[in-house]
Write a protein that binds this ligand. Structure first.
Ligand SMILES: [Zn+2]
Length: 103
């Protein structure tokens, strides 16, 4: 019988060559970037926060940045230009610095 220990349950490859964990890590990246809306208004986008925590994250960001914000299409939109501060706040909220990426 084949030895099953050391095989990834997701892809079935031996764990030393499996890349599922790496892919998962990549997928977890959170992008924080600036874009513009109607009439050239700047908005800060936070893309990639998981559904479970997105509401509390949005609330904290709005409070700490004292700006308006909303959540739609899986992205947090904050009124104004706050990329750097948003990142700092996300780190304080417990997000890994390495997860944050400039889009
Ligand atoms: Zn795998």
């Amino acid at each position: 019988m084949a030895e099953k220990i050391g095989v990834c349950p997701t892809c079935g490859l031996p764990l030393d060559i499996c890349t599922c964990k790496v892919i998962q890590r990549e997928a977890k990246k959170i992008k924080v970037y600036l874009t513009t809306r109607k009439f050239g208004k700047p908005v800060t986008i936070v893309d990639g926060v998981d559904d479970k925590s997105v509401k509390s994250v949005l609330k904290s960001l709005k409070q700490k940045l004292a700006c308006g914000g909303s959540y739609k299409d899986g992205k947090i939109e904050l009124q104004g230009s706050h990329v750097q501060k948003t990142k700092e706040i996300l780190v304080k909220l417990g997000f890994d610095k390495e997860m944050l990426e400039e889009g």
